[in-house]
Design a binder for this molecule. Structure first.
Ligand SMILES: Nc1ncnc2c1ncn2[C@@H]1O[C@H](COP(=O)(O)OP(=O)(O)OP(=O)(O)O)[C@@H](O)[C@H]1O
Ligand SMILES: [Mg+2]
Length: 500
């Protein structure tokens, strides 16, 4: 074991919450903020995290003396071996005690004079609750030679949120997570469904290793079987519909189903037209239904079918990059998320993980219902999904714009760089494990650095995301390159004239 320091006595400690240790500089072992250390304590093996490191030198504590010496033309350091008196002191926060392989809270301070050691990697694995054998290996714990192998159940069962500003590496991390899921034996992986609003995940289908397990559904081919919608679901798509109107459309749908089991939206429009519903009500309903029909989404069959979408062990990507209209995207997410959840409740499909990129677009906070058609089902899966192993991974660059109900049900948070103070406040409120030290360092994180907080780990950890194996599809082009590309492409004056 590498000894790195000795606990010292201060005015406030050691306490059960905090202690300080002086670092034995002669051992040459670097100690860094965020690193884990261990100490033999009265109650068992105590594991602590270094919260801060301070340099002290008693010769430099009095400004007037330092100033006088410096003015004399012979700096202090030339007159005395003052650098010998520079010490590194670390402040550490005890996390827990391991005693006969059980973890306990720290209820008693350690003694000054206790020796502080670099943490043993096996102990750290166990202490953090990592799954060394079957865990998803998404990166390394900073300062330690330990793979952050996250347990599948702990990570997904109570939902995951991935939060960071644009460009911090959310989609990259999601790709690594999906690789890890797909690298597992087919029988032990869930089905993976990914809502991809920017068409960024096409690489999985191009990659030799993942092609067989990946299917991409193009937004323009997606269709919804009108006859499979219940009156409730139908009214959810027409938010202005009143409960009375819903009651009136129900028998029309029922009769139509008896006459034509696989009806489409046009059939339903005709049926409403021919029904005995009062004229005023009818015309409002018809105008909403025409609007729905114009999305081109409602036919007489589902594409993809739920069985294909949730094919066990497969990755299904709904590529919505060609769809501009937000409402259309919300209808797709709302319909397929509900079908997935209902099928899972009825045990008709395997447990699944539904990754939702740009989650704030699909479950926005504070928008009225008409502009948030998919929020209800996302919130419902967030609240009830764990009982059925219907798991959510919500990804967003605007945590403050994401439904608080949904976010607060995500018990694991992966947090990368976030700079907006509102977003940081929102994270603070919705993420129990985020302490002051972590909050302070979130704006300074580099690409690829991720805090994992919550259910998946016993204590927050900072990891460096590993390199991805699958092919990446870079959607953003550097501004300078884009200007060059544009100028190099031949645009004739005639084309330009036509355009003007
Ligand atoms: N761990 C990493 N290692 C190496 N490169 C990375 C890593 N994470 C991200 N990158 C690179 O950083 C860039 C931005 O990453 P990414 O697209 O994942 O960001 P994002 O958070 O999803 O952004 P947006 O919100 O705009 O979708 C990409 O070029 C990606 O390849
Ligand atoms: Mg992204």
């Amino acid at each position: 074991m590498q000894e790195i320091g000795t606990v010292v006595s201060t005015e406030t400690g050691p306490s059960s919450q905090e202690f300080w240790f002086v670092i034995n500089d002669n051992k040459g072992v670097p100690v860094r903020k965020g690193q884990f250390v261990q100490i033999d304590s009265h109650d068992g093996l105590l594991v602590a995290r270094v919260e801060e490191i301070i340099k002290t030198n008693r010769y430099y504590t009095r400004p007037e003396s330092v100033s006088e010496f410096e003015k004399s033309g012979r700096p202090l350091i030339e007159q005395f071996p003052v650098d010998r008196w520079e010490y590194l002191v670390a402040q550490a926060h005890p996390l827990g005690v391991l005693s006969s392989n059980r973890q306990k809270r720290v209820t008693f301070p350690i003694s000054p004079s206790s020796k502080v050691y670099a943490v043993d990697e096996k102990i750290l694995n166990n202490f953090l609750g990592l799954d060394e054998v079957n865990g998803l290996s998404i990166g390394r714990i900073e300062f330690h030679n330990v793979d952050a192998k996250l347990n599948l159940t702990r990570l997904f069962q109570k939902h995951l949120a991935i939060l960071a500003i644009s460009g911090a590496g959310k989609s990259y991390t999601v790709s690594v997570l999906i690789e890890e899921l797909l690298n597992k034996d087919r029988n032990s992986r869930p089905s993976i469904i990914l809502i991809d609003p920017h068409g960024e995940y096409g690489g999985f289908e191009k990659d030799e290793g993942y092609r067989k397990s990946t299917k991409i559904y193009d937004g323009k081919d997606i269709s919804i079987a009108t006859h499979s919608l219940s009156p409730y679901e139908m009214s959810a798509l027409m938010p202005k519909m009143s409960p009375v109107q819903r009651r009136e459309i129900a028998p029309v749908m029922k009769n139509l189903k008896a006459a034509k089991p696989a009806y489409d939206m046009e059939d339903l429009i005709t049926a409403v037209q021919d029904s005995s519903i009062k004229d005023a009500t009818k015309s409002a309903m018809l105008s909403w239904m025409h609007e729905l029909n114009q999305t081109g989404l409602f036919s007489n069959r589902d594409y993809p079918t739920i069985k294909d979408l949730a094919f066990q062990g497969n990755l299904s990507i709904l590529d919505l990059s060609d769809i501009v209209d937000k409402k259309r995207k919300q209808i797709i997410v709302s319909y397929f998320a509900r079908e997935l959840f209902d099928a899972r409740r009825g045990k008709k499909i395997s447990p699944f993980v539904l990754f939702v990129e740009e989650a704030h677009q699909f479950a926005p906070e504070g928008e009225d219902y008409e502009h948030a058609l998919s929020r209800g089902i996302i919130e419902q899966i967030a609240r009830e999904g764990r009982k059925f192993n219907a798991c959510l991974a919500l990804i967003t660059q605007r945590p403050a714009g994401l439904s608080t109900t949904a976010l607060s049900q995500c018990n694991t948070h992966m947090i990368m760089r976030v700079t907006n103070p509102y977003d940081i406040d929102h994270i603070k409120e919705s993420s129990e494990g985020v302490t002051g030290g972590i909050l302070d360092s979130i704006p300074g994180l580099k690409v690829g650095e991720v805090y994992i907080v919550g259910e998946a780990v016993n204590y927050p950890i900072l990891i460096n995301v590993r390199e991805r194996q699958s092919k990446s599809v870079e959607k953003s082009v550097r501004l300078e390159d884009d200007i060059k590309n544009f100028n190099n492409a031949k645009i004739s004056d005639k084309d330009l004239e036509t355009f003007m």
